[in-house]
Design a protein around this ligand. Sequence first.
Ligand code: PGA
Ligand code: ZN
Length: 430
Amino acid sequence: MTTLIETIRAARVWDSRGRPTVEAEVRLSGGATGRAIAPAGASRGSREAVDLRDGGERLGGMGVTRALKAVDEVIAPLLAGRDAADQAGCDAAMRAADGTATLSHLGGNAVVAVSLALSHAVAAARGMPLWAHLADVTGREALVPLPEIQIFGGGAHAGRRIDIQDLMVMVPGADSLDEALEVTAEIYRAGGAIMEAKGRLHGVADEGGWWPDFASNEEALETLCEAIHKAGEVPGGRVVLSLDIAASEFGKDGRYRLALDDHEMAGAEFATLLSRWCRDYHIAAIEDPLAEDDRTGTIAFTRAEGDRLQIIGDDYLVTDAALIKAAVRDGACNAALIKVNQNGTLSGALEAEQAAHAAGWGRIVSARSGESEDVSIVHIATGLGTGQLKVGSIARSERGAKWNECLRIARDGVAYAGGRALGNTWWGKA
Ligand code: PGA
Ligand code: ZN
């Protein structure tokens, strides 16, 4: 098995929002190849790796000509002849060649596509699925993750019609992935039917969740509970709610303004409102409850709710090992969202995941709002046995591609994580 890098090529492909993105293909001297496509966020943390875009008029400035050039003219010659199995070494070389903290020179989109393609190529050379290769190199027990699935979309993914970004469900009480997905599909169907009957449904948001007119943020929570009932389940029974507040989108300088409710609050009042929602609506996990710069608020909220609630840092932690370690010391959050392109490299994301794992935190591998058929994150979640995966809704093929890959891996005999990753939350106690 030779895993020396022979060629790396980039190509322009298209994402789920109809925007261009970067696909990288790595060919190894033994003949194995690996491919990966960069995803793209819309509600981004200020400290995450940035994509290199062309700017200007064409394609709304989202062109990737410069990012493709960075792969073909800088990264390809830089890595040619190196051992792709030395993922950390290859990633470090790209980082050094870029020279910026946010990969703004070569582009986070260029670097992440190559970084992931390297791991696919090595797995192919070893004749293994990527999840098995990752389980092997990290020494983790592979587990098919518990899905966290969006039913209603909001925030930056739905024209800001509601302030909460993701209204999701998890089915920790299901015995298998297959059953969890069926229950979720029934809830999705019921949620759409309820709003359609009211004449207030307008298609789907960026991640495939319904995009209705709600009169208030709380009406969305009530409707989600109603959909769970309509699907024959009970909130807090086999099914729990989870939210991505994405509070950095509307929280500034310690003030939080829910535009739909025309209600502006100080951080403490907003945190109290969130606590009440979590209790009233059987919410087991909440992501970015406070803004990314609200350290005091995040620490206080974790102190108040952390023993019953999974409190997930996304924009707050940006898949960065140092930020996760600092948050562990602070007692801010008890779980980390893991987005490879937020970090920029696979090894950087694995380091961040390891920092969260070492602290006994939950780890939720996550897609972005701009996605493709690429299923790398399914293999990362499974191979590392993180126990949880978030990819948006159950509708739209760029989302379904992930759940369907999870199903295939489960059929190959990998154990299913089920609800155990949620540990000591309100669900665990019910
Ligand atoms: P994104 O956000 O639009 O930046 O991918 C998704 C999320 O906040 O989890
Ligand atoms: Zn988020």
